[in-house]
Design a protein around this ligand. Structure first.
Ligand code: PAF
Length: 256
């Protein structure tokens, strides 16, 4: 696996490729959910490029950015074993050489759900994703369904800016008890880890959103939102019996 540490190195590598190029953007702290994205990308027969970049502009809370898990050498080993062809690991100074003067904002869907709780979050996501897509120039982009709102917004970005990229949503990978895999899970205390699967269990029940909220609160979650839109129920909660709360998000299709 080639490790590319600057936009120049990545562009030189990309210039030598032809045919299908699958791209898996990540912020590291990799788990089976990320590896499922790589597995889907590998099916395309072409090259697979992954990125690890903890994007500062999508964190509206500096403490959240600071405590975001980072484990570069374990991540590199996992990607190497998954036969990723190249890993792009830029610095913030390289990605934001413009001092963040240029940004990509979506003005409708991005202010609901996670965007309502985390102002500016999706502007940070869309801005960095457009930069990454312009550098990697993938033919296929792989995103996890766990972050469904992010998937919808990135798909919208690709359409709005006429990028010739197929965006593929890969189903959420869950622990045996139903908890959606997430880099943030490793920050859960032992007690909170036991409570956490109830989030998915209650979210996927056929109760109304209002009753789901009540039940989550009863189980000790702080509820940021639970909302059903077009047959999909989205939720975000926090669990925090030890120190700072850990934010969990998930979404499920709800049968009518
Ligand atoms: O889902 C993520 O890990 C990030 O939001 C992404 C898409 C890599 C952009 O920083």
């Amino acid at each position: 696996m080639k490790v590319l540490r600057s936009p120049d190195e990545l562009m030189a590598y990309r210039a030598g490729l032809s045919g299908a190029v699958g791209f898996v953007p990540t912020m590291g702290a990799l788990h089976k959910g990320h590896l499922a994205l790589v597995k889907h990308a590998k099916r395309n027969q072409g090259k697979v490029i992954a990125s690890i970049f903890v994007n500062p502009t999508q964190f509206n809370d500096p403490l959240d950015l600071q405590s975001y898990p980072r484990c570069e050498s374990a991540d590199r080993e996992l990607l190497e074993a998954a036969e990723v062809d190249a890993l792009f690991m830029p610095t913030a100074a390289q990605m934001y050489a413009d001092g963040s003067r240029y940004q990509v904002a979506e003005t409708s869907q991005s202010v609901d759900l996670c965007g309502a709780d985390r102002p500016g979050h999706f502007t940070g996501v869309l801005t960095v994703v457009l930069k990454l897509l312009n550098l990697v120039r993938p033919t296929h982009l792989y995103l996890g369904e766990k972050d469904y709102q992010q998937y919808q917004l990135i798909k919208g970005l690709v359409n709005a800016f006429f990028l010739n990229i197929e965006v593929i949503a890969v189903p959420t990978v869950r622990e045996q008890d139903g908890l959606a895999m997430s880099s943030r899970n490793r920050r859960l205390s032992a007690i909170d880890r036991k409570t956490a699967p109830k989030f998915f269990q209650i979210l996927s029940s056929n109760l109304s959103d209002e009753v789901v909220i009540k039940q989550l609160i009863q189980q000790g979650f702080t509820v940021d939102y639970v909302k059903t839109i077009d047959g999909r129920r989205f939720g975000a909660v926090q669990l925090g019996t030890s120190g700072r709360g850990v934010r969990l998000i998930d979404n499920v299709r709800i049968e009518p």
